[in-house]
Ligand binder design. Structure first.
Ligand SMILES: [Fe+2]
Length: 287
């Protein structure tokens, strides 16, 4: 029997809930294409009740492209492509706020797209809620396609063609994890990269602002002038009319398109464990 898949927009948001999937099992080739189309349409998809183990989550995301290589050797989950981003690691051990992973989690509170500091950035990211506290902190998403579309044509003309320098140091230094705290090999392996400020989605040809906490400055501009522009555009793109806050339920799996959204974690200082496991795939060609 064919399983019926459906996508239902969540209220007046840009996000959709996907029904009729069991992500623990391999997808049919048609389903991979269908999810790719839906993720391009909505930017964020919510799959309810997907209790994937690490192996299943790893296998799921690899159907969409090459798995992510961890940036920090100290930050890892159950496999090379998975990262624990909650308050405890895969074994239930608390993640110290002073550990590299603790700093990583803190930086996740800044609006960002994943891996924009890479020449081949993250394309899709998935986050699975494995164990939640009684009042779990929401994860927020911003629709940078709508933000771009809402700008006056004259402003769009000013922005189009600008190139932005992205660096992992830029996002980490904003939360106090300065360059001297990095493993030298990490810095050597991840020099700053340049991406267009305005990118075109390959599925529908629509443009979006490509912004992130990793965005450092504008190529060819004085650094502070570029930083002011980046801050202005992030603030603009994260107005409530462009954002969605996901209220987590157990075993929710949220999959998002890093090409046309930003996201951020919200603070959680409770003592109840919060176990979240992230997976991602990279672009295969430069932005
Ligand atoms: Fe992220």
């Amino acid at each position: 029997m064919t399983i019926k898949h459906a996508y239902r927009r969540l209220g007046n948001t840009f996000v959709a809930e996907a029904a009729g999937f069991d992500l623990r099992r391999p997808l049919a080739a048609d389903d991979v294409g269908q999810i790719e189309s839906a993720i391009a349409t909505y930017g964020v998809l919510v799959f309810r009740k997907q209790p994937m183990d690490a192996e299943q989550q790893d296998a799921f995301i690899r159907q969409f492209g090459p798995g992510r290589t961890p940036l920090f050797k100290e930050v890892a989950g159950a496999s090379a492509t998975l990262i624990d981003v909650g308050t405890v690691d895969d074994s239930g051990n608390p993640i110290s706020k002073d550990s590299v992973q603790g700093w990583y989690n803190l930086a996740n509170r800044l609006w960002h797209t994943d891996g924009s500091f890479l020449r081949l950035p993250i394309r899709l990211t998935g986050l699975l809620a494995r164990e939640l506290p009684p009042s779990p902190p929401p994860t927020e998403f911003a629709d940078t396609r709508s933000a771009w579309a809402s700008l006056p044509a004259s402003r769009q003309a000013e922005l189009e063609g600008l190139q932005v320098i992205h660096s992992v140091i830029r996002s980490r230094e904003q939360v106090g994890f300065t360059a001297d705290k990095f493993d030298p090999a990490t810095l050597r392996d991840h020099p700053p990269v340049t991406h267009p400020l305005v990118r075109v989605h390959p599925q529908d040809g629509l443009k979006s602002l490509y912004l992130a906490s990793h965005a450092s400055h504008v190529d060819g501009w004085e650094v502070e002038r570029g930083r002011a522009l980046i801050a202005e555009l992030i603030e603009y793109s994260t107005q409530s009319r462009f954002t969605y806050a996901h209220s987590w339920q157990p075993d929710d799996f949220v999959l998002w398109d890093d090409r046309r959204t930003m996201h951020r974690a919200t603070p959680y200082d409770g003592t109840h464990p919060r176990k979240m496991r992230q997976c991602a795939v990279h672009e295969t060609v430069p932005v």
